[in-house]
Write a protein that binds this ligand. Sequence first.
Ligand SMILES: [Zn+2]
Length: 404
Amino acid sequence: MGRAKQEMIEAEDRGWYESDGYVCPDCVEDEFLKSVISDKACHQSCDYCGKASDYDFASPVEALMELIRDTVFYYYNDPTCAGVPYDGGSFIFDPIDTHEVLESIGLECDGQLFDDVANAFITTGWVASAHGHWASSHQNEILNTSWNNFVNVVKHEVRYFFSRIPNSKKSYSQEYSPQQLLSIIGHLAIELKLIIILPLGISFYRVREREDEADWEFDLDQMGPPPAARAAAGRMNPAGISYLYLAFEPQTALAEVLERPPCGAAIAQFDAQRDLTILDLTSLPLLPSIFDDSRRDQREGLLFLNRFVAEISKPVRKDGREHVEYVPSQVVSEYFALGFQTNGKLLDGIAYPSAVRPGGKNLVLFPCKRGYERNFDHVVFRSAQQLKFANWPELLEIVTGANE
Ligand SMILES: [Zn+2]
């Protein structure tokens, strides 16, 4: 067999033609690809930007090709291999070319490198696929569809016994049931280290509208959570079950409650009486690079969790419909309050992003004991003071102030 033919067979096995060029970190945008080039640097010049040095800073293009190829085949496949059906002599949807595939996975790099990468693939027509098959879905897509179903079920179908009712009209075979989805979110929270400890002594803030002339006292009764019998439905609690809503920053507590000046408010400080174990949805890890093959599962989980957190912390208009709009986050919250344990212990609460103050963090604390009496012994009421805002600049100054 001739050398050229042998090389062709090897290229077909591999899926791409080998390149003998070298590339430097400056010629790609993705931080992960930059780090791979630096790790594998073995050459003193870059064939793309022309930079040269007296130390090794460029790596073989082949080192990148392997990662890009794995990513392309994670999201796309040759239409025949992906099992795309034929209709009238052509595929039921048109394949796209390699340049479009590379754009869709977000490969940003030197223009010549982009062309070289595209031209190195043996496959020239692609269809979107998951696990190699056109009709299959990636984990984050399945989780998203399952979340849509969860929201619909608890808002409009079955509120209390959804775990016992078979999903008879399931049209999407890869979907998780509402019960399974809650447990998957719980596993993701553990895997991504979202269960954290807030140390004893940490301060939180809570605000109530209060005019100067109001005669009620600045005490726990007035500044604490409402008694169960008077607890209205909130983002994380159903009506009749009192949870304690706090903010990590005074500005966030004010922004959550005050709507327009002139207005007055009482702001109270609460301190943690012991370490608090919470689910922290305010600082999810950064999304791993799309090219990092070793962290694909984490990326899938985070793609879903980013959407999930945005959904359960989104602004909801208090026009009466909040009683339904808050149901999904109430169910999630009850699962983490009562159906989830870490090291044999129930959680104390959930931290979530403020819907009204970007960067602000809220905390909802679950009662220490369930029942008619208010029972939030994990925090202590410290003090409260009266504030007054005569106009927008005064109000905005405090609610948009930098995070502490
Ligand atoms: Zn370069």
